[in-house]
Design a binder for this molecule. Structure first.
Ligand code: TYC
Length: 107
């Protein structure tokens, strides 16, 4: 908003566009591999993505059978933080588990 001080009163001269677009969203995707134990993937989905046991099992099996699966859709920073949390857990346990983030169309 552009304003102008006139006799100590602030008057609005012109209103700039202030409607903010919603922040872009990213889906966090887990990728399959042949070595990471299924129980570990379920534990990661519960811990990092706050899934129930049933939800975590379902996502893990989808990844196992189809090669990839969506863990959740988040703003950029939250998605990046969760990808990094998965990476750190995988490294700490010496599993090759891969997790990526992808922009989601907001149409
Ligand atoms: N394919 C793995 C196995 O048979 C299990 C697995 C599931 C690995 C999901 C990664 O993101 C993954 N032990």
């Amino acid at each position: 908003m552009v304003t102008h001080l006139e006799n100590q009163k602030e008057t609005v001269l012109e209103r700039e566009h202030t409607d903010l677009a919603p922040p872009p969203k990213y889906q966090v995707v887990l990728l399959n591999d042949d070595y990471t134990p299924m129980d570990f993937v379920v534990a990661v989905l519960r811990r990092v993505f706050h899934k129930t046991n049933a939800e975590a099992e379902s996502i893990m099996l989808k990844v196992h059978h189809e090669g990839r699966g969506i863990c959740g859709v988040y703003t950029r920073d939250i998605a990046a933080t969760r990808v990094e949390m998965v990476r750190q857990l995988a490294v700490a346990h010496e599993h090759p588990l891969q997790c990526i983030m992808e922009p989601v169309s907001d149409l």
